[in-house]
Design a binder for this molecule. Structure first.
Ligand code: GDP
Ligand code: MN
Length: 403
């Protein structure tokens, strides 16, 4: 689960990580009040206004309707409402959102921490994530903060430092010092960075996160080290033990079809193609997507209905696939192991009749227990459903359906 920057920063703050202070707002008036509060609290009279969406690249990204960037500076209290109005309610397009962009429902009003006249603000990159290859958490750091880390990794990989954490002993002092040293820090800034890394690691472990990315981490000329941006990805499988974090979920940031599928217990990922598919088992679903591609189509989704597919799951899957206007054909590929093919076939027929008004051809490939009986049920139903027993046959039928 992804969360917003303002939520991530509140988590960091609770774990004692230094963060750029900020207050979230969903209209220009509240933003103005927030800026006043920040002034009272921090003494700042310059503010950064930051669009809150689940995507990076906001600083360089543009609001389609107004041309404003997604992160802008306001050099007085009076400038805040006007600049907020150019962002809120607009569509922010960044290199991570794709052409369609994302609607901005909230902005974070933050203190400006790049002091005017500060000749030495330094931006670093710092992240913690799970390295599945070594089964260890890894801390990645770079002096090239503020930039896209993908570019740094591609062009100057030697500028990324990695420190793997042994789960049995946790983060060691020498490791945090090694990172701070490699970032070129000394004196007070060095000590502050070591503290920063320790608190950040504690927050990462304490929240069962799968990724923390702080880009940039800022060093001011007076040696403060603070998180200016924060991207946090939490492990969905651990949310049951973090009720407070689970509440941070913002469904408006997620694909509506994926949200609906989640409610029915289906594993659904929306894709851009024209052939919908419904499959039992993730591996078979991947293979089915390959088959769709080989037949000249493009998968419109990944959908794993799970091992115990029944009439209800088939119906829920149907409804979700049919809501995607790009779908020109549906391929149902079920291997009858635990579930029997005749039951799936009955489920398909029932769901089809119940939903009614289905205008796309449906190809059902059933294999395994009672496959032939399943095929007979489909053929005899009189519906616009054709059955296939072998996958090659199914692929041919998909090809016909979309050509
Ligand atoms: P991202 O573009 O989505 O990664 O958003 P960031 O939070 O990283 O902000 C983008 C850029 O805005 C940063 O790299 C900074 O250069 C700039 N920025 C962020 N906070 C401040 C600030 O307090 N003052 C100034 N002057 N610039 C800031
Ligand atoms: Mn950033």
């Amino acid at each position: 689960m992804n969360i917003h920057e303002y939520q991530a920063k509140s988590i960091l703050k609770n774990y004692g990580v230094n963060v750029q202070r900020g207050i979230v707002a969903d209209n220009a008036d509240k933003a103005h009040t927030a800026a006043k509060e920040l002034h009272a609290e921090t003494g700042t009279s310059w503010y950064v206004i930051k669009a809150q969406i689940h995507a990076g690249g906001r600083g360089k990204g543009k609001i389609r309707e107004t041309g404003s960037n997604g992160v802008v500076l306001a050099k007085s209290l009076a400038e805040v409402p006007e600049k907020v109005k150019n962002i809120l309610g607009g569509t922010l397009v960044t290199h991570q959102t794709g052409e369609e962009g994302k609607r901005v429902n909230k902005v974070l009003i933050a203190e400006d921490v790049y002091y005017p006249g500060d000749s030495e603000p330094k931006e670093f990159y710092l992240s913690i994530l799970l390295d599945r290859g070594t089964s260890q958490n890894v801390i990645m750091a770079s002096t090239e903060g503020g930039m896209d880390i993908e570019d740094v990794a591609a062009n100057t990989p030697e500028k990324i430092i990695k420190e793997w954490i042994d789960p049995a002993v946790g983060l060691q002092g020498f490791q945090a010092r090694k990172i701070a040293f490699a970032l070129g820090l000394s004196g007070n800034a060095f000590k502050e960075m070591v503290k920063f890394i320790f608190s950040l690691y504690k927050a990462y472990e304490g929240t069962d996160a799968s990724m923390f990315e702080i880009n940039p981490v800022l060093k001011t000329s007076d040696d403060r080290i603070l998180a200016v941006d924060a991207k946090v990805n939490l492990d969905d499988n651990s949310l049951f033990r973090h009720k407070d974090l689970a509440e941070m979920r913002d469904l408006s940031e997620e694909d509506p079809l994926e949200v609906e599928a989640g409610k029915s217990g289906l594993n659904y990922v929306k894709l851009d193609g024209n052939v919908g598919c419904m499959v039992n088992g993730a591996g078979l679903a991947m293979a089915t997507m390959d088959i769709i591609k080989l037949s000249g189509g493009e998968p419109a989704n990944f959908l794993d209905v799970g091992g115990g597919a029944n009439a209800e799951t088939v119906e829920a899957g149907f409804r979700i696939i049919l809501k995607d206007p790009h779908v020109k054909a549906i391929l149902i590929n079920i291997f009858g192991g635990i579930v029997r093919c005749d039951r799936v076939a009955n489920g398909v027929v029932e769901a089809y009749k119940k939903i009614g008004d289905i205008n796309v051809p449906i190809i059902v490939r059933l294999q395994g227990t009672n496959a032939e009986e399943g095929a007979r049920i489909i053929e005899e139903s009189g519906l616009k459903v054709s059955s296939a027993i072998v996958l090659k046959d199914a692929a041919e039928k998909v090809k016909e359906a979309i050509s």
